[in-house]
Write a protein that binds this ligand. Structure first.
Ligand code: PLP
Length: 302
């Protein structure tokens, strides 16, 4: 399992450890980066969500995380990476209302981080496993991460996550041994589930399908948006899509309308988030878009 996985992640000669939740995996990845670099801080793009507990959450609370506002090159240039163990990159944030950083901004951070000896951790818990129309969200950028973390879709509902380490990291362990153990680490059943999920996604061609379905979904939603000026923006990558409204109230009502019509969407502030199952078909996509359209007609007649 581990060798198939690191090959897919493009971490040649890397190694993986399998855990249960995304939070555990992010926590371990940051802990490893602090151990290897001897530094205590991390850097994130502001609004990234990393973890329910541990290093990912604590660094935000105890302010050992430097948060760079999205696309703010000026803030980036003033940031000193000398004390930063890792840039923890979320290639598309669901929490920050479905936002994707520009390739130029991410390259600039990665370059600065690497030249100061910081590690690059990619948090693929949400964006991994075909969600954005590629196997992993970082493939939309030009980068070679030191550590990649996956969760959620890796088990297709079963709790399994992974931390994959480049050879540079595993080699560093020879000089600086690192011990981590828990009961369900590298659990054979969880690994068997993950392997089957990967095979099934591959067999169904979900990378390509997700990209195609995402294009269809967004183009239909954009048609709807042209009819309703209450919609501010439609954006997304693959099947990670946001409908942003001018008014928070209206977003709440559309969200409720979808729920009453048996469609589960996400809601944060003035944004309705759509992250449907990757096997969604065209007819269901049309149904969702029609429901959005109908809700706006009934709530806010043209
Ligand atoms: C980007 C990201 N990282 C980490 C996590 C934490 O994963 P889990 O909820 O499995 O602990 C999440 C969960 O939503 C997430 O979206």
């Amino acid at each position: 399992m581990s060798s198939i996985w690191v090959t897919m992640l493009r971490i040649p000669d890397g190694k993986s450890v399998f855990l249960s939740s995304g939070s555990e995996a992010v926590d371990l990845s940051i802990s490893i980066s602090k151990h290897i670099t001897g530094r205590n801080r991390i850097c994130i793009i502001d609004g990234s969500y990393l973890s329910a507990y541990g290093h990912g959450k604590d660094s935000l609370k105890d302010k050992t995380a430097n948060k760079i506002p999205a696309e703010n090159f000026e803030k980036l240039s003033s940031l000193n990476f000398e004390k930063i163990a890792a840039f923890v990159f979320e290639p598309g944030t669901a929490w920050r209302l479905i936002q994707f950083s520009s390739a130029g901004f991410v390259s600039a951070i990665v370059k600065k981080a690497k030249s100061a000896g910081s590690l690059i951790i990619v948090d693929e818990v949400t964006t991994g496993m075909c969600r954005t129309g590629k196997w992993f969200g970082f493939e939309h950028y030009s980068m070679n991460p030191d550590i990649v973390v996956c969760g959620k879709g890796l088990g297709n509902g079963y709790p399994v996550s992974s931390v994959s380490l480049s050879k540079k990291i595993t080699k560093a362990f020879e000089e600086m041994p690192f011990r981590y153990a828990q009961s369900h680490q590298n659990d054979p059943f969880a690994c068997a589930v993950a392997l089957q999920v990967i095979k099934e996604m591959d067999r169904k061609g979900l990378v390509t399908k997700t990209e195609e379905k995402g294009i269809l979904f967004k183009s239909l939603l954009k048609e709807t948006a042209r009819k309703h000026n209450s919609i501010k923006e439609i954006r997304g990558r693959g099947l990670m899509i946001a409908i942003e409204f001018h008014e928070k109230d209206l977003a709440e009502k559309v969200h409720e309308y979808l729920f009453q019509h048996r469609m589960i969407a996400g809601l944060k502030s003035n944004v309705v988030r759509l992250m449907p199952p990757l096997i969604i078909n065209d007819s269901l996509i049309h149904q969702v878009v029609d429901a959005v359209d109908n809700s706006l007609v009934s709530l806010n007649p043209l």
